[in-house]
Design a protein around this ligand. Structure first.
Ligand SMILES: [Zn+2]
Length: 248
């Protein structure tokens, strides 16, 4: 059985012994960890991690609030960095929009739109953050006719979840599904063929107040199995096929 974590931030300074974190995950069967960069430095670190650990795959991105700190020229440089590494990465992420932390909606739309275009140009899936901007994010992705999309830790309404499902995009379920009704509802509503699992490590731990790790994906698999009335193995196999269909 292979478990998959499509969204982790192992570059986080709080992870002192990264080899141990990866090793613990792999021992538990989490053999694929997509590390997501947020800006130039963590994108570089993501490339290093992917080079060092066979289980780690690279996603390079530009987090919405990080992007807003940059000039247009610096954004160009970030986009070129992603493009230059296209053969070494499995996705463009973490990207998206965040209206909770910033009201600069038009600039966010402009930058996100460019990132969608880049992902299409290099034919990679997008791993999308959409806090308090869910409908605008979906609309923009639809307008640009994006096909390969993972909505990460999606906290929008069930109506929007249905729209994501209809668009044939995927939803990655965080480890908080063990205690969060919203994600439990998503798991019950959305077909297993459109679900993925993510840690968002070090965030979104199944146990509040702790640092999250990719190894905890196993707890999400157990919860999803219980919610869907499926065997653990069946859930893991489905999610692994979803991963392969989208990222390989
Ligand atoms: Zn994240």
């Amino acid at each position: 059985m292979i478990f998959v974590d499509v969204h982790a931030h192992l570059q986080d300074k709080r992870f002192e012994d990264k080899a141990k974190i990866v090793d613990d995950a792999v021992k538990k069967g989490v053999k694929i960890i997509i590390n997501n960069g947020l800006e130039l430095e963590s994108n570089r670190e993501t490339m290093e991690l992917a080079k060092k650990f066979p289980a780690v795959k690279a996603a390079l991105g530009l987090y919405p609030t990080e992007a807003l700190k940059l000039s247009e020229k610096e954004i160009d440089a970030q986009l070129s960095f992603i493009k230059k590494n296209k053969n070494k990465i499995v996705a463009v992420g973490e990207v998206g929009m965040d209206y909770l932390r910033s009201e600069e909606k038009e600039r966010q739309k402009n930058i996100f739109s460019r990132l969608i275009g880049l992902a299409q140009e290099i034919d990679k899936p997008l791993i999308v953050h959409s806090r308090k901007a869910e409908e605008d994010v979906i609309r923009l992705l639809e307008e640009k006719k994006a096909k390969k999309v993972v909505m990460h830790c999606f906290t929008g309404s069930m109506k929007l979840v249905k729209r994501i499902e209809k668009n044939r995009w995927l939803l990655s379920i965080p480890c908080t599904v063990v205690r969060d009704q919203h994600f439990q509802n998503i798991v019950k509503e959305v077909p297993i063929t459109q679900l993925l699992t993510e840690s968002d490590a070090p965030y979104l731990s199944p146990a509040p107040g702790q640092l999250n790790e990719p190894a905890n994906i196993i707890r999400s698999i157990e919860k999803i199995a219980a919610l869907k009335g499926m065997e653990r193995e069946e859930v893991a196999n489905n999610i692994f096929s979803n991963y392969k269909r989208l990222f390989e």
